[in-house]
Design a protein around this ligand. Structure first.
Ligand SMILES: Cc1cc2nc3c(=O)[nH]c(=O)nc-3n(C[C@H](O)[C@H](O)[C@H](O)COP(=O)(O)OP(=O)(O)OC[C@H]3O[C@@H](n4cnc5c(N)ncnc54)[C@H](O)[C@@H]3O)c2cc1C
Length: 386
């Protein structure tokens, strides 16, 4: 996506230089390996180490813990450039580290937790995962059944988690568990759970429709003893902390969506410009050109909703409403464009050699993961007072 000209209203030369360094990294260190990683999952330790060395994993985080201390515009530049990765699996794995597993440690963790866990995550010395979903609790986070019972200076954790991205490679999990039998929002706590603790088991690496370069696992906890100091913030506040962390996760899907939508359109235009059907390039058909500019228009709207959210975040405002709207329309737009572009590619679009088939498979997750479309609608209906 061209970021010159009008992009100058939002981004200065420092942002441009940062954008260039992320883009170079994606072009050299990620895209050439995507086909291989789709076969066997991306090896995250070496990849994240390189990203940590370049300062990509702690853009907004405190320099005391190795972060860059930059603002949400830099964060947006980073996420936009991840949108140029040829498939959503690797960007998902990276964003788990930067926007799913670490924000709550940054926002609510003790200095000790930050030093011990946030710092190595920012440096890329460890791989992290977020463990919220369970076999009986996905959309309904409140139904979580994993339980951590306080016994002296430890919590003893029992239960299971599923669909956990980075789950087979993670060195620690940011995990939500029940810490009280009471009902209500104050009966959960959030923990940092190292995966070398006895009783932690990777039950299964899951086989998926898309995001094949990212690993997804089912995890099991059998009397895992978590030191009390590994609790993030106050006991009983974990559900609230996780709802705040979700805003970072959902925001992180937006920039990559409008960038990737434009990439899909660009590659489709290149193809149908030279594809002759009934004696003419397909691009000469008005019906296709109109469909394409309709999508470009929607991607532009999503980009400006995202920039509006960035301005709100910079002003310290609550972005739950706008982020939920962005996630809802972004996922649906991505899926519609991937499907429509595949259609314009014809049989070639159905072949795995064409990137559009991967986007078509990968994009399906955007309306499910991190809160399904219907969950976004529920949040919005509540906020609108309906
Ligand atoms: C590839 C992948 C990676 C993931 N990574 C992680 C991760 O790293 N960490 C983690 O904790 N979780 C992860 N998840 C879990 C993900 O967040 C959940 O799958 C998601 O929240 C939906 O939960 P569920 O699958 O249990 O669906 P369910 O809760 O069973 O819902 C099924 C469907 O019902 C519909 N629905 C839900 N609520 C309503 C409603 N109120 N009204 C009408 N319809 C409704 C939705 O369409 C939803 O898709 C991942 C999932 C996938 C597939």
């Amino acid at each position: 996506m061209a970021m010159t000209g009008k992009a100058g209203m939002y981004f200065n030369e420092t942002h441009d230089a940062f954008r260039e360094s992320v883009r170079r990294f994606v072009d050299r260190e990620i895209n050439p390996f995507m086909d291989e990683w789709e076969e066997s999952s991306v090896p995250l330790h070496p990849l994240l180490k390189k990203m940590g060395d370049l300062g990509f994993l702690g853009i907004r985080y405190d320099s005391q813990y190795g972060g860059q201390g930059l603002d949400y515009w830099f964060d947006t530049v980073f996420l936009e450039e991840l949108g140029h990765i040829h498939g959503l699996g690797v960007s998902t794995a990276i964003v788990v580290q930067t926007h799913l597993a670490t924000p709550s440690i940054d926002m609510f963790g003790s200095p000790w937790l930050k030093e011990k866990y946030l710092k190595p995550a920012i440096a890329g010395d460890v791989v992290t995962a977020l463990a919220v979903t369970e076999p009986g609790a996905g959309s309904d986070v409140f139904a979580i059944a994993s339980k951590a019972v306080r016994k002296g200076d430890h919590y003893v954790l029992n239960g299971s988690k599923t669909y956990i991205t980075n789950g087979t490679q993670a060195d620690f999990l940011t995990l939500l568990a029940k810490t009280s039998d009471e009902s209500g929002y104050h009966s959960f706590s959030l923990f940092v759970v190292p995966t070398d603790l006895p009783g932690f088991v990777i039950s299964k690496k899951l086989d998926k429709l898309g995001l094949r370069s990212s690993d997804t696992a089912e995890l099991f906890f059998d009397d895992v003893r978590i030191p009390v100091e590994n609790r993030i913030g106050e006991e009983g506040e974990g559900f609230i902390y996780q709802m705040k962390q979700f805003q970072h996760e959902r925001f992180a899907t937006l920039p990559g969506t409008y960038v990737c939508v434009q990439d899909m359109i660009d590659m489709t235009v290149d193809y149908i410009r030279q594809r002759i059907v009934f004696g003419k390039p397909l691009l000469s058909r008005q019906v296709l050109r109109h469909r394409l500019v309709g999508w470009v228009t929607e991607a532009e709207c999503l980009k400006h909703l995202t920039y509006h959210i960035v301005r709100m975040k910079m002003a310290g405002l609550d972005v739950t409403r706008e982020v939920s709207m962005g996630k809802l329309v972004g996922g649906q737009l991505f899926r519609r464009v991937a499907d429509g572009c595949l259609q314009m590619f014809g049989g070639m679009g159905f072949m795995n050699e064409t990137p559009i088939s991967r986007y078509y498979r990968d994009g399906r997750i955007l309306s499910i993961g991190g809160g399904a479309d219907e969950v976004m609608c529920e949040i919005l209906a509540r906020l609108e007072g309906y």
